[in-house]
Design a protein around this ligand. Structure first.
Ligand SMILES: Nc1nc2c(ncn2[C@@H]2O[C@H](COP(=O)(O)OP(=O)(O)OP(=O)(O)O)[C@@H](O)[C@H]2O)c(=O)[nH]1
Ligand SMILES: [Mg+2]
Length: 394
């Protein structure tokens, strides 16, 4: 499906940049238009793929291009005041050609965290297209303010947006790797997951079996109903599995890689298991949380996509999660020599990571009460300040 993508703050901009890089490298065309919004000039200048005229500096008169230093209430105020500057760039997007907006922001910082619910609410008032968020959770060692920001911003984003996909930096950091050094790899990994998910709804039906192919409406229906979502991913190169490339070719003529071969089916079911039980963007144990809806996408060259494999994988996910609304389908990629599986779980409640974030956040809120007490009522209503409401969401 085609997306209008908006990066908010530093992390948001960098992840949109990574998505554009993925789009160009793989020829996916999922990003129809992209813009980046920030209060920091240097961060906007550092982007490589977002077009220069689609970079919007806001809050110049308040913070002089220096960022808001983690103050997400200031981030929200500035975004509200400068919303017309953002809208000027959005006005250049032919919105009827996109299937959805995707707003990307770190929930722990100031600009992106404050801007996410404000821009989300604004777009929902103007357009009928769904508005999704991708929210990055701070690492636990980044401190109480970031957790408080993330707890409040995620709560408000869930309320304002059609769905909030969550990505936890902590869960994706490699052991012994500093978070900063790992951002490029993390952002690339995230771009691949999003690329397979949203790319699935955008294939040329002329080359595929339309019955089994995932289309944009299945992705939209899985995300519909709101709440928090997580994405799992697993892949396997086809020739690695067969040893030498020639053996792979040979096996096509002998024991089968015909579409319904046992090998192809087993490969898919094993990838579905790895994607579901491995590192999800928001780490949860699917058997221990409540999931409203799900989608299993199997991507790869057509002769590797067995109906039986996809159906078995889908049924296994239903059994594993106890959720009976799991959709499944394929995403034919004729040029690819990899089979990849993406699982999307939506409307999750009971995620430990979000509960833990909320409790760190409310502790920080208590020690930070002067700041909370001085915030104006309008912002409080945008960002949310009610610990009970947080409980009920997560
Ligand atoms: N995944 C990922 N996370 C990032 C990246 N850059 C920063 N972060 C995380 O984002 C959070 C900080 O948010 P930023 O986006 O830097 O903040 P901002 O929205 O620019 O807000 P201010 O700097 O306060 O104006 C921290 O939790 C970082 O760990 C990135 O490239 N990728
Ligand atoms: Mg910044």
């Amino acid at each position: 499906m085609k997306l209008g993508v908006v990066g908010l703050g530093q992390a948001g901009g960098k992840i949109v940049d990574a998505l554009l890089e993925y789009d160009q490298r793989t020829n996916s065309h999922i990003v129809h238009d992209a813009l980046a919004v920030n209060t920091a000039t240097a961060d906007l200048n550092a982007l490589e793929h977002v077009p220069a005229d689609a970079r919007v500096l806001i809050g110049q008169s308040q913070v002089g291009g220096q960022g808001v230093g983690g103050d997400n209430e200031l981030g929200a105020t500035i975004t509200t005041e400068d919303i017309t500057e953002i809208q000027h760039v959005i006005d250049t997007i032919p919105v009827h050609e996109i299937d959805a907006f995707l707003l990307v922001a770190a929930l722990g910082g100031g600009t992106g965290s404050g801007a996410l619910p404000v821009v989300g609410r604004h777009l929902k008032q103007l357009y009928t297209e769904p508005v999704y968020g991708l929210g990055i959770l701070p690492s636990t060692n980044e401190g109480g303010l970031y957790s408080l920001n993330a707890a409040r911003s995620s709560q408000t984003a869930v309320r304002e947006l059609d769905n909030l996909l969550v990505f936890d930096n902590d869960a994706h950091r490699q052991a012994n790797e500093s978070l900063t050094g790992g951002y490029t790899a993390i952002n690339r990994e995230l771009a691949t997951r999003l690329g397979v998910l949203f790319g699935a709804g955008d294939i040329d039906m002329g080359t595929a079996n339309p019955e089994s192919v995932v289309d944009a409406s299945e992705i939209i229906n899985t995300l519909k109903g709101g709440g928090v979502s997580t994405l799992g991913y697993a892949s396997q190169p086809l020739d690695e599995e067969n040893g030498a490339e020639s053996a792979g070719l040979l096996s096509r003529f002998t024991s089968g890689s015909s579409p319904d071969s046992a090998g192809g089916t087993n490969r898919i079911t094993s990838l579905v298991r790895r994607a579901t039980l491995g590192r999800l963007t928001l780490p949860v144990e699917p058997a221990n949380v409540s999931i409203d809806r799900g989608l299993v996408i199997v991507a790869g060259p057509s002769d590797s996509l067995t109906r039986k494999g996809i159906e078995r994988g889908r049924t296994w996910v239903e059994e594993q999660t106890g959720c009976l609304s799991i959709r499944g389908g394929d995403y034919p990629l004729p040029e690819s020599n990899t089979v990849a599986v993406v699982v999307l779980f939506s409307g999750i409640s009971g995620a430990d990571r979000l509960r833990e974030l909320r409790s760190v956040g409310s502790e920080a809120q208590t020690t930070n009460s002067e700041r909370a007490g001085s915030s104006d009522r309008h912002l409080e209503s945008i960002l949310g300040d009610d610990a009970d409401e947080l409980d009920s969401l997560f």
